[in-house]
Write a new protein. Sequence first.
Length: 105
Amino acid sequence: MANPMAGEVVVRLDGRKRVARLTLGALAEVEAELGGSVLDLVRRFESGAFSARDILVLLFAALKAGGWKGSEEDLRQAEIGGGPLEAARIAAVLLVRAFTVPGQE
């Protein structure tokens, strides 16, 4: 369903598979919402200093870029398959895929 070469990741929301990806527009949305640069966000993930808000904002922007029509409130209320730990892992994978040249992982 998801194409890793296109930076896509599958997210399970309320038992349904959804595609998430970080486009340039999604990354700009993340920066605007969090009030910092994407590089700041990457550093927080690399150091383990990320917040639940970081994860939520990143997943919401990526899900919208993947075609999901839900709201941020819908995401807050959704059951994410694997729970918060899986949500954090997915957010980290999205960042890696957004900044990796295909074939050079």
